[in-house]
Design a binder for this molecule. Structure first.
Ligand code: ADP
Length: 269
């Protein structure tokens, strides 16, 4: 690969109406894919969350708890299929904007062990990047060597792929302005953190909010814990509000944008 890729994650809270099951936010998807198209970034890996597609079904069948009972089997299929439906909205929109997007279905190339990526066949993904495609992945229900199956969050994929591909940076689009001192949706005194290093982040972990709406991947705390693995490898993370127009575009172009920069040491991105 000629240069290091950027890994962009679009949160489920941005591309779906998280409190309305199986409802995509088509306006947001269309605007974001047009921003990605305008930014013209290559190589680029796009990962999206599950929002109101993956989470409610996975929760209903306890897919995140692993295989316990034959009645869950159909739930695994339904969770996977819901993710494919959401992925199709995203990829259709990318292609409409002339972005050569190709889905790399995580459950077809990954096996987890206790919910953590154990085996992942990356060759097709690397080849796609080399040829100038934009691989699109998503949080998914996957097979697990110990638990039968598990949920692999888009955030785990972000960290893992960014590390393996030695990404230049990670951009995380969510529905608030960045990382706050506490959940800004429930705490009026929450303050936006513009810069934070790994050490400070570890110290404030217990203040970051967990799950609000049914979410099998642990809310903001789950996200930050996953990202920490890439930050340790010196890959900077920028968290921006992807609901607000132009933020994702600016972050992709490396322009100044309201949000949170997380990096390992003191140096400023
Ligand atoms: P997504 O599904 O888009 O990946 P999540 O819904 O899992 O994202 O996480 C984003 C949500 O986390 C925000 O909408 C916010 O309400 C919540 N949250 C909890 N704690 C914090 C925090 N300290 N800073 C920012 N957001 C937080």
């Amino acid at each position: 690969m000629k240069c290091k890729p950027i890994v962009l994650k679009l949160g489920g809270s941005v591309i779906t109406y998280k409190e309305k099951p199986l409802t995509p936010n088509l306006t947001a998807i269309e605007r974001l894919t047009s921003e990605i198209s305008r930014a013209h970034i290559s190589p680029l890996v796009l990962i999206h969350g599950g929002g109101s597609f993956g989470h409610p079904i996975a929760k209903q069948y306890s897919i995140d708890k692993g295989y316990r009972d034959p009645s869950q089997i159909i739930g695994f299929s339904k969770t996977r299929q819901a993710m494919m439906t959401l992925n199709k909205f995203v990829v259709d929109s990318l292609i409409l904007h002339n972005i050569p997007a190709v889905t790399v279905q995580p459950s077809a190339c990954t096996i987890t062990k206790q919910g953590r990526i154990d085996v992942m066949e990356e060759k097709p993904l690397r080849k796609l990047l080399e040829m100038g495609f934009v691989p699109v992945l998503h949080g998914d229900a996957v097979l697990d060597s110990d638990m039968g199956f598990a949920i692999m969050s888009g955030d785990q994929l972000v960290s893992s792929l960014a590390t393996k591909l030695e990404a230049e940076r990670i951009i995380i689009g969510i529905d608030v302005d960045g990382l706050y001192t506490s959940d800004p949706k429930t705490d009026a005194n929450a303050r936006l953190i513009q810069h934070i290093d790994q050490q400070e982040l570890t110290k404030m972990q217990h203040e970051i909010g967990g799950i609000r709406v049914p979410d099998v991947t642990g809310g903001m705390l789950g996200k930050v814990l996953e990202l920490m693995l890439a930050i340790e490898k010196e890959i900077p993370v920028i968290i921006v509000n992807a609901v607000k127009p132009s933020n994702v575009y600016k972050a992709l172009k490396g322009e100044k944008v309201v949000g949170t920069v997380i990096q390992r040491g003191e140096e400023v991105v």
